[in-house]
Design a protein around this ligand. Structure first.
Ligand code: SF4
Length: 242
């Protein structure tokens, strides 16, 4: 039983007509992407947004390859959720691992949990465990998809459906950019989408175990990510386009 002071999944009443329209738009967005690009990949964290996209990929039969960044610092619940999702949808999710030499280099310079010491070390850790593996996972792709939403944080308010990922010279799509938190959970309820167990324990956002914690009611939903840093540092660099 989750303590009452923590964030919990919004109950809200289900407004079916707008949701049906949003669901159809989401599937059309995915099919539009695959009609325009031949090698489309989707990076899933197994969090609610990414589960909605996974569900829509499965139901629309859009030709999109799924992968996840197996950083080596994930909660066991996230590792288990990958298997749950594969079993539920009969899909395979490629696990992309960091290079051991990059991890050793980080540990030698900063220590295993050196990211707590500040922005420089945090960037170095995310670089080794997330950014470099992401770059490797996207090699050869001509487009990729994320579960980002405008509402999630102050750093995402200008998000659009389609962007150019200059850093990788490929297209990048955010098919949930205009979804609210209520839309998200209404879809999950309506379509019986598997829920990451940490969402039931006060975590609205899922990341690496040492850098993610529960969020109190009324706090920003990304407040539990890198909580020791300023709010404008609450990104791991995966979504820097330049
Ligand atoms: S989220 Fe934390 S543990 Fe994960 S890669 Fe970034 S700094 Fe490292």
């Amino acid at each position: 039983m989750i303590a009452p002071e923590f964030w919990s999944i919004p109950e809200g009443s289900l407004n079916v007509a707008p949701l049906t329209q949003k669901t159809a738009t989401l599937k059309n967005r995915l099919l539009d992407i695959t009609a325009r690009f031949s090698d489309v990949r989707f990076a899933t964290s197994l969090a609610a947004e990414d589960m909605v996209i996974t569900d829509a990929i499965s139901k629309s039969k859009a030709n999109i390859q799924l992968f996840t960044l197996a950083t080596g610092r994930l909660h066991q619940e996230t590792v288990d959720m990958t298997k749950t999702t594969e079993n539920h949808y009969g899909m395979s999710i490629t696990k992309v691992y960091p290079e051991e030499s990059d991890i050793q280099e980080f540990i030698d310079q900063f220590g295993m949990n050196g990211f707590y010491d500040g922005e420089v070390a945090k960037k170095a850790c995310c670089g080794a465990r997330k950014i470099k593996p992401l770059n490797a996972a996207l090699l050869g792709a001509d487009a990729w998809i994320t579960g980002q939403r405008r509402e999630q944080s102050t750093t995402r308010v200008e998000l659009n459906f389609e962007e150019l990922d200059d850093a990788r010279s490929i297209a990048k799509f955010n098919p949930l950019f205009d979804w609210s938190e209520a839309d998200l959970w209404a879809y999950i309820k309506e379509e019986n989408v598997p829920i990451h167990p940490l969402h039931l324990k006060g975590y609205p956002s899922i990341g690496c175990e040492p850098c993610t914690r529960q969020v109190k009611k009324g706090e920003d939903i990304r407040a539990g990510r890198w909580w020791w840093l300023q709010s404008d540092s609450k990104e791991c660099g995966l979504h820097l386009n330049k």
